[in-house]
Design a protein around this ligand. Structure first.
Ligand code: GDP
Length: 329
């Protein structure tokens, strides 16, 4: 009897000691140095599975079910590809997909096909080519003009700028700083001046200087205000009256605006015959899926991608690299 009681006590003591050790181990794992709760999963390296490509493979993992195509469409819409473009792309993936194929690869091929070949700017040799730059305030218009001016100057072109955004306070001054950085000549007038008059003067001055390119800044009009959009058309007419040709109208779109960017693109396309898009702020977390919507619904190519705030942070658009990034997420 006495031996049994001693044995029972020993077993109980060992059990209590074991529980205490386990609790200590758990405590060490569950709190970070700052005292916040951490799980081993969150503390470890990022898991595979966050990117669109991995999600697509997971979706097809158990074979193609009734709702697979609808769920693929949802994945694309969540990556900022508009609903119309998502529907079109999924219809084509569905037509091309064969059992055993990697669905992410099939999707990638469709994305590349939608984005089309990279299209450089069309600048006329030996004549002044005018680039009109449009977009809402804050999209990165002024910064993009500065980067583009510097890029073209680096290619040996003589570049002039027209500060036709006479509406926003300090827009002219901001552009002036970029003109200095890029080594470009700038024509500006006082705030509140007629944007068309600035553009007219700028064409005359650029022609007299033998410039190759004139980049015209325009006010960051809200696309919902019709009279302001009409002004854009007027600036374009004035430039042509001054004897120059608008060879490109670039729409600057912030990659982070998501679906709203499609509405902007549609309105600007109607007002100003947009010939290309510059997608800014791609150095952030945005994947830029909006570009597929713009390309698919409006047929406008992407020309450049903004990847930072510095003068060199403008890259020529590369459809394949873009599709890879979207899938890698
Ligand atoms: P605007 O009102 O359209 O002329 O826009 P701005 O050119 O003044 O740009 C608005 C803000 O976006 C500024 O703080 C810029 O530095 C920033 N910005 C513009 N392009 C980029 C880009 O590609 N990447 C990042 N990170 N910021 C950008």
């Amino acid at each position: 009897m006495g031996v049994a009681v001693v044995l029972l006590l020993v077993v109980l003591l060992l059990a209590v000691a074991g529980l205490a050790t386990a609790a200590r181990r758990r405590g060490a794992r569950s709190h970070g140095p700052d005292g916040t709760l951490r799980t081993p999963q969150a503390a470890g390296p990022p898991r595979e599975g966050d990117g669109l490509g991995t999600k697509v493979r997971a979706l097809f993992g158990g074979g193609v079910a009734d709702d697979t195509w609808r769920r693929l469409e949802d994945l694309l819409v969540r990556a900022d590809v508009g609903p119309v473009a998502a529907g079109d792309i999924v219809a084509r993936v569905r037509a091309d997909f064969r059992a055993g194929a990697d669905p992410a690869d099939v999707l990638r091929d469709e994305l590349v096909a939608v984005l089309g070949d990279d299209e450089p700017l069309r600048l006329p040799p030996g004549a002044l080519g005018v680039i009109l730059v449009v977009g809402v305030n804050g999209s990165g218009k002024t910064t993009t003009i500065g980067k583009l001016a510097s890029r073209l100057a680096g290619e040996g072109k003589r570049v002039s700028l027209a500060a036709s955004d006479t509406f926003r306070a300090a827009a002219g001054e901001q552009l002036d700083v970029w003109a200095t950085r890029a080594g470009a000549h700038i024509v500006a007038q006082a705030r509140g001046a007629d944007p068309g008059a600035v553009a007219f003067d700028a064409v005359k001055s650029a022609s007299a200087r033998g410039a190759d390119v004139l980049i015209v800044d325009t006010a960051g009009r809200l696309h919902t205000r019709q009279p302001l959009m009409d002004e854009l058309s007027k600036v374009k007419r004035v430039i042509e009256k001054a004897g120059a040709k608008v060879v490109e109208t670039l729409l600057v779109l912030d990659a982070q605006t998501g679906q709203n960017g499609i509405a902007q693109a549609r309105a600007f396309t109607e007002a100003a015959e947009v010939t290309g898009v510059v997608l800014t702020k791609m150095d952030g977390s945005a994947k830029g899926g909006i570009v597929l919507a713009v390309r698919e619904e409006l047929g406008v190519p992407v020309r450049f991608v903004g990847v930072g705030e510095n003068v060199g942070d403008l890259e020529a658009f590369d459809g394949r690299a873009f599709a890879d990034r979207l899938l890698a997420g």
